[in-house]
Design a protein around this ligand. Structure first.
Ligand code: PXL
Length: 286
């Protein structure tokens, strides 16, 4: 058996050249946290699909299965398998194979399907429907509010009361150990990231400062930091706090310079926070 001294993650996600999302943010985040990230690209894109024309997309659906076969043959182990943006419905099956072959690894599914109440233009109804199959085998899921509503068959809400938020999390936690919903407008007027850990118990919220702009890739940064924190032994509220704080630092820096939103957030100058930054313990019970 291979001897290792470092955490290792397989990240099944797309690589978008411009726009700071998916592997382009997850790789640097996990590396900075001291974790080896092995990218398994689902597609290569010139830019992400949020607000650019003439996007060049190379679908890599036939890449994942042979890659998995080679890793198994080589005896390569992963502490976590993390899936994100998928380019075709077949890739659901390939992710299911990955999760089955690495059954003892932490299984993180970022249910990338849509935002602002609508599915992404690449996310077909069939893909949205089958995302539930990945949720059913996952340990940890990180939907945004749009995706949580889609998974639960709910209408996209204007806001959630604390009781409704706990109920949404509890319903997701019937299927997974840990559910985190990002960007939830709570009825007290605050947008929060909320989470539930079925085994440890408890519903948690980490409040976000309101910034009047929306940037792609922030969910990927959040999920990347959350994954790193959980792997390194953070409790769920501490991992949520770390991920929220880092994402907010990047959002606020970007906003302060008035940078074009579709370019994503300027996280690179703040990566050192992930090395030195302690959780500010900005979590509380939901
Ligand atoms: O961050 C979500 C995401 C990931 N990958 C691609 C996207 C998007 C959102 O638009 O287009 C290619």
């Amino acid at each position: 058996m291979e001897r290792r001294h470092q955490l290792r993650v397989a990240a099944i996600h797309d690589m978008s050249g411009y726009g700071r999302c998916s592997l382009a943010v997850i790789l640097p985040v996990l590396s900075t946290m001291g974790i080896q990230c092995c990218p398994v690209p689902t597609a290569v894109l010139s830019t992400h699909t949020g607000g650019f024309e003439d996007v060049v997309i190379k679908d890599l659906t036939d890449y994942i299965s042979p890659t998995l076969a080679q890793y198994k043959k080589l005896g390569i182990a992963f502490d976590a398998v993390y899936s994100g943006f998928l380019a075709s419905t077949e890739q659901i099956d390939h992710c299911l194979d990955f999760f089955r072959e690495y059954k003892d690894s932490l299984k993180i599914v970022d249910t990338v399907m849509g935002d602002h109440g609508k599915p992404y233009r690449t996310c077909t109804p069939e893909l949205c429907k089958r995302m539930g199959e990945l949720v059913n085998v996952a340990d940890v899921i990180t939907p945004n509010l749009t995706e949580a509503a889609m998974l639960l068959g709910e209408k996209y809400p204007v806001e959630l009361t604390a009781a409704a938020a706990r109920s949404w999390l509890a319903r997701l936690c019937e299927r997974v150990k840990v559910a985190v919903i990002t960007g939830v407008p709570l009825a007290d007027g605050v947008i929060a990231n909320i989470g539930c850990d079925r085994e440890q118990g408890g519903f948690w919220r980490v409040d976000c400062d309101y910034v009047p702009a929306s940037y792609p890739g922030t969910g990927d940064i959040f999920a990347g930091v959350l994954t790193g924190g959980l792997l390194k032994g953070d409790s769920l509220p501490i991992a949520m706090d770390r991920a929220t704080t880092f994402t907010q630092i990047a959002i606020k820096n970007t906003y302060s310079y008035g940078l074009e939103p579709r370019g994503g957030v300027m996280f690179e100058p703040s990566l050192s926070w992930l090395v030195n930054g302690n959780s500010a313990c900005g979590f509380r019970k939901l």
